[in-house]
Design a protein around this ligand. Sequence first.
Ligand code: SF4
Ligand code: SF4
Ligand code: SF4
Ligand code: FES
Length: 402
Amino acid sequence: MTINLVINNQPVSAPEGSTVLEAAKRAGIEIPTLCHHPDLTDIGACRMCVVSIDGARGVQTACTTPARDGMVVDTMSDEAVTSRKVTLELILADHPNDCMTCEADGQCELQDLVYDYQVAWPEHSGRRHHYEIDPDPNPFIFIDRNKCILCGRCVRACAEIQNRDVWTFANRGFDTVLVAGADQFMLDADCESCGQCVTYCPVGALWDKMSMGKGRLSQVEKVRTTCSYCGVGCNFDLNVRNNEIVRVTAAADAPVNGLSLCVKGHYGYDYVHHPDRLTRPLVRAKWLDDAALHENLERGAWEAVSEAEKRRSMLTWQRHHSDQSEIRNSKFEISPDTFIRTDWDTALDVVAHKFTKTKKQYGGDAFALMASAKCTNEENYIFNKFTRQMLATHSIDHCARL
Ligand code: SF4
Ligand code: SF4
Ligand code: SF4
Ligand code: FES
């Protein structure tokens, strides 16, 4: 059923059960919020969304007040605006004044509201909290409780989306403070380091530790991509600065996952720039044609990998001048098992040749293939076809069944 109300002298229709905030949003009327997030249960904690409603005493929180048929709402009444300003002043009265160096600068919901309502940072000699900055050894989540505005979005994101219930509030009044578990370290309170709480924090109180000092919103380019870790196919934005990924941020319009990410998608991106990363195929010297091996090493098209097979560091190769039949460099000799960094055509030819030879000699049942949850459905489908039709075996399984 639809209800009809008036907001800021504008007739508004909304489905029954909507809050005043939702009804206003449908009509394109913006009401400021801090503790509200559309993915989370509303708790009416911050009182930024207060509005005046005809017949109601004082101002009401739009995020928790149900819209009713015939209601008349003023979102910008003097009382509502004054109330928001006072709320912001009270928040700032116990908030650091370091937007200049804060990671959240430029994407801080508090900063935007303070700007919109032109509230000055209050100088006063009363108490301000001085919590230890980044006191938690969690390798991924940075915490600055001095910037926490006690909105509870992290608490609800962790409980309602991630189902971990790590965060809660301890104490009362001015001493109210965000704690993990029973005031423990996050990992001891069953945190799985998904970073959901960071994503939902409206200010710089929770941040991605790996990204500290590497680039704020205005300094990065966001590139939408699909996670490479599993077949769920979560989308997120790579935050790129000077051609380096400095952060991963969730994207509300990601079709599969919305703002939800796991620890791998959120924080497992450092492999991209890791010097040990394999970017070209490694083929053991014994599988390569001798002449091609010599020629390609000589002209530098291929490279041999030494005990760096273990250390994974690359050595530059030179032909031994005195013995043309051996390939040496100053540090080691190529053995049949030495890895050669080749090119994809060569590596795939080696694999195809060995598949063909093995099938001819022993039949398709000599193979057993394992599909991966890291691949897409389409890739696994092709893998299945390849196994049954090309290799002629039904010996195929999937890691998810193990
Ligand atoms: S959290 Fe927001 S308001 Fe606070 S210092 Fe950072 S940018 Fe400024
Ligand atoms: S990182 Fe994830 S599991 Fe840990 S506290 Fe934040 S939301 Fe909860
Ligand atoms: S850490 Fe952030 S999300 Fe959590 S209560 Fe504080 S301000 Fe809100
Ligand atoms: S947004 Fe409504 S009380 Fe915080």
